[in-house]
Design a binder for this molecule. Structure first.
Ligand code: AMP
Ligand code: MG
Length: 472
């Protein structure tokens, strides 16, 4: 074996109540379709021969040092508590310490059935695997905390999702896979001992400076507040912000029916299963607060003085909207090229966005075009922009450095939904050219790349993808 993954596992050392030992289930004919060399280097992994890597990242061969397991968790799905979820189609191989000193999980997603699969087949099909690969790596390049993609393998087996589709396995890398739902399950069971152990583990692993359950709650709040504001700043819609998809680390996790805005409208929803629009673009900050309240409720279960704990937790949660808004203001101020805060900023930003929504302006291209004289072209009625521009120019005053600030804050390239769908359709026919091209272009999202201008173009009427579907 030439592939070398320097495992250093900690989660597997926890008591067995937190997981089930579970080897991945072998597949028929694994074929490595993507491998992330840069990430491998960061993880201090020595890549092996292609065939060998296909075997390992498909789950056919458990690498030395791995202690494969499926994690237990619960969660609120669309507001309803589900008392038992868990890794139903994922297997944690173990952890490595990166060249940057950071500990990360290496997980196979789509690795077969586990004790938590319920009715599912434990598998994933190629579409969502490649979607997560491209979008999570794009998020990373945009500077947004996220899980990452180390490898993708086609299994050579079909999975059945109304029709037969090619099966695949994604190797996902995460700061950890601890979720709000990981705490919820032990709180709901009244298992205070496990809840306390989990709290200690999470603090040690992610927020060593935090003191006690309320210290952890505060740290998670701050990380999530920063994350959600960043999503908003690039027009990202997660799509399934259930508490089991909300990571304690503050990373974006579980890319399912996610998508980026093309035309800006605050109530945009892509997910086919989000019928009520619970996880619409503009609702994300409120949902993040709701999720934090669920974490607070779970953590309180281990506190002796419940009344005092409720009071403290309430205060921590209630501060979250203001913290998100503070980050949001900083980020959108940057998007307008403003260097210093001013009390009228909120009004100026909102006024632009209202006009964008009324004029079907493309979110990404409008902000990017603020660095040029052509932003008005993004509006069905360019005069609506002109009126706002006068106010903006007055506020900007001295133009020094404005263009550079705008270009540094506003990407030229995002993983547009129609390109992702085109990429998946091609890959199903074994054409990975667009997959490779998207990865290359999206690795430098803030650079003008005139030769790739087609990838910054919004969808034509025919290309619009109105709905995205879950990976299940
Ligand atoms: P998700 O919507 O992908 O976050 O998944 C929600 C829950 O369903 C998690 O517990 C998953 O492990 C489980 N799940 C999703 N897809 C499958 C599948 N194909 N087989 C078994 N479990 C699944
Ligand atoms: Mg999930």
């Amino acid at each position: 074996m030439t592939l070398l993954i320097p495992f250093d596992n900690s989660f597997a050392r926890l008591p067995p109540v937190f997981f089930s030992a579970q080897a991945p289930s072998p597949v028929k004919e694994p074929r490595l379709v993507a491998f992330n060399d840069d990430l491998a280097a960061l993880l201090q992994i020595t890549p092996g021969e292609t065939l060998e890597m296909a075997q390992v990242f498909a789950g056919n061969q458990v690498p030395e040092g791995a202690e494969p397991l499926a994690q237990l968790y619960a969660g609120h799905q669309f507001g309803n508590y589900n008392p038992q979820l868990g890794d139903g189609r994922a297997v944690l191989l173990g952890e490595t310490i990166g060249a940057d000193g950071k500990r990360r999980d290496i997980q196979l997603k789509g690795a077969g059935r586990t004790p938590y699969s319920r009715g599912g087949d434990g598998r994933a099909w190629l579409g969502p695997v490649l979607r997560e690969y491209v979008v999570s790596e794009a998020m990373h390049a945009l500077g947004i905390p996220t899980t990452r993609a180390l490898a993708a393998v086609e299994t050579g087996e079909p999975v059945y999702r109304e029709q037969a589709l090619p099966g695949a396995v994604l190797t996902r890398v995460a700061a950890s896979h601890l979720r709000v739902g990981t705490f919820q399950i032990f709180a709901a069971r009244g298992d205070v001992r496990s809840l306390t152990q989990l709290t200690d583990y999470a603090i040690q692993r992610h927020y060593p400076q935090a003191v006690g359950p309320m210290g952890l709650l505060t740290a998670v709040r701050d990380a999530q507040a920063d994350l959600i504001a960043r999503w908003m700043s690039v027009g990202f819609i997660h799509g399934v912000m259930n508490t089991d998809n909300c990571a304690i680390s503050g990373e974006t996790i579980d890319y399912g029916p996610c998508a980026f805005l093309d035309v800006y409208h605050p109530q945009t929803v892509f997910s086919s299963i989000d019928r009520g629009g619970r996880y619409a673009y503009a609702n994300q900050p409120d949902i993040a607060v709701w999720n934090l309240a669920q974490l607070a409720t779970a953590l309180i279960g281990q506190m002796d003085d419940k009344d005092a704990a409720v009071e403290e937790a309430t205060e921590i949660v209630h501060a979250m909207p203001g913290i998100i808004q503070g980050h949001w203001l900083d980020l959108f101020r940057g998007k307008l090229g403003l260097a210093e805060p001013h009390e009228a900023d909120m009004e100026l930003i909102t006024s632009l966005m209202v006009r964008m929504a009324e004029n079907q302006a493309d979110f990404t291209n409008t902000f990017r075009a603020l660095a040029t004289p052509r932003a008005r072209d993004q509006f069905t009625d360019p005069a609506a922009f002109d009126a706002w521009e006068a106010e903006w120019a007055a506020r900007l005053g001295d133009q020094t450095g404005v263009r550079a600030r705008i270009e540094a804050a506003n990407p030229a390239f995002i993983p547009r939904n129609h390109r992702i769908e085109q990429m998946i359709s091609a890959a199903v026919k074994d054409d990975y050219a667009l997959f490779d091209r998207l990865n290359a272009v999206l690795a430098r999202p803030f650079d003008d790349q005139p030769e790739n201008a087609d990838l910054s173009r919004p969808p034509t009427v025919d290309e619009v993808v109105p709905a995205t579907f879950c990976g299940t």
